[in-house]
Design a protein around this ligand. Structure first.
Ligand code: SAH
Ligand code: SF4
Length: 390
């Protein structure tokens, strides 16, 4: 049986474990410091912990990191990380330099978009993440590690830059920077379908002893799992909520999002109403603009009605084309007209204008591409070298 990873544990759980080992409580604080502040990747690096304690930890827990399989995107632009997990599965995280028009407050910082599952079971017709179905939920530490791994990568970048300016070898200074200030749970998978691991991971990322990222700087996106939205509404932490709406009528949503058959708009909006009432927080409605599907100006009327009822703001996102899928993004004029029509109806709305196309920015695309390449390569290898062919 595989070991529980140390980064799946809350502080309380860790302290309870140390108590059973008759270790003083301050040892737990030291360990957390190594894990989340210094972000070390081996037990041996934890030099202020007695060797015997390190051995006990090693025997009881794993200390896994993510292996960077691929990276796309230039420095200071959107960068996409493809991670290989311990079982060989792939997931993605996307690092986005601050854009005031996106989530959270304006800042000169970075947002990391993280994954919560390998694949997705919800099968939205336009999305690459669901194309090959659902494989498994991410464990708590695999969600947490996405932030830590990107921050470790950020450190090596900072050190390389420093080395260049100073003309000397830079010393590694682990833990000296927090690269990620905002999290959006909008990568691969449906976060609310992996509810318990998601919340446990976000609590670690939010805790002052963990990631130290404010709950208000964490946005969870869902395709519309009404019962879990209600659960989220009674969580003590004030996460932000984004709903992947993409259609303001059941007719449109049923065409592109199978989840709408299970939780039609009436049910989804009732759950959002409750969330809004309990939390008193603004919800964001995500609306991908897909040519000929949901981009006609008539659609702005039910969308505006919904947004006003939920006190929600609308994020319009021109569709990113996905290999093998027929959907297209509307032209710029159509997107701008859609935005203007919403604004005319007194809805707070934004339109994403940057080019995500460059690096397959929509969720699931890099992973799909890599998995398909690996499958093709394996098939080629199985077929044997060309000279072996008759
Ligand atoms: N499963 C969750 C979170 C992950 S998807 C959800 O659906 O909300 C994150 C967002 O990316 C969703 O709003 C999703 O609809 C959107 N998305 C998926 N494929 C896309 C594409 N090709 N172009 C633009 N946005 C896309
Ligand atoms: Fe899953 Fe979200 Fe993609 Fe739909 S949009 S298939 S829920 S990841």
């Amino acid at each position: 049986m595989s070991l529980t990873d140390i980064k799946s544990l809350s502080r309380e759980a860790l302290e309870a474990q140390f108590k059973t080992w008759d270790e003083p409580v301050y040892r737990a604080a030291q360990l957390l410091d190594w894990l989340y502040l210094r972000r070390v990747t081996t037990w041996d690096a934890m030099t202020n912990l007695p060797k015997t304690l390190r051995e006990k930890l090693r025997a009881e827990y794993s200390l896994q990191t993510l292996e960077l399989a691929r990276k796309q995107g230039a420095h200071d632009t959107t960068q996409k990380f493809l991670w290989k997990l311990a079982d060989g599965a792939f997931i993605e995280s996307v690092l986005i330099p601050a854009n005031p028009a996106l989530y959270g407050e304006a800042s000169d910082r970075h947002t990391l978009c993280i994954s919560t599952q390998v694949g997705c079971a919800y099968g939205c017709k336009f999305c690459a993440s669901g194309l090959d179905g659902w494989k498994r939920n991410l464990d708590v530490h695999e969600i947490v590690e996405q932030i830590l791994s990107v921050e470790r990568w950020g450190e090596t970048q900072a050190n390389a830059a420093e080395r260049e300016t100073l003309g000397e070898p830079a010393k590694p200074v682990p833990g000296n920077s927090r690269l990620v200030n905002n999290i959006v749970v909008m990568g691969m998978g449906e976060p609310l379908a992996n509810y318990d691991n998601l919340i446990a991971a976000l609590k670690i990322l939010n805790a002052p002893w963990g990631g130290g990222i404010g709950a208000r700087k964490i946005t969870i996106s869902t395709s519309g799992l009404a019962p879990q939205i209600r659960r989220l509404a009674v969580e003590p932490l004030q996460f932000r909520l984004a709903i992947s709406l993409h259609g303001a009528t059941d007719e449109v949503r049923n065409r592109i999002m199978p989840v709408n058959k299970k939780y039609p708009l009436r049910e989804l909006t009732a759950a959002c109403d409750d969330y809004q009432k309990l939390k008193g927080r603004m919800i964001t409605l995500e609306y991908i603009l897909i040519a000929g599907i949901n981009d006609s100006l008539e659609q702005t009327r039910p969308l505006a009605t919904l947004a006003k009822r939920l006190f929600a703001k609308v994020n319009l996102i021109p569709y990113n084309t996905v290999e093998d899928l027929p959907w297209k993004r509307p032209d710029e004029a159509t997107c701008e007209a859609f935005l203007a029509a919403l604004e005319d109806q007194k809805v707070t709305a934004t339109l994403r204008r940057e080019k995500g196309h460059d690096i397959d920015a929509a969720c699931g695309q890099l992973r799909l591409k890599t998995e398909r390449e690996i499958v093709a390569q394996a098939a080629a290898e199985a077929a044997g070298p060309p000279e072996a062919a008759v």
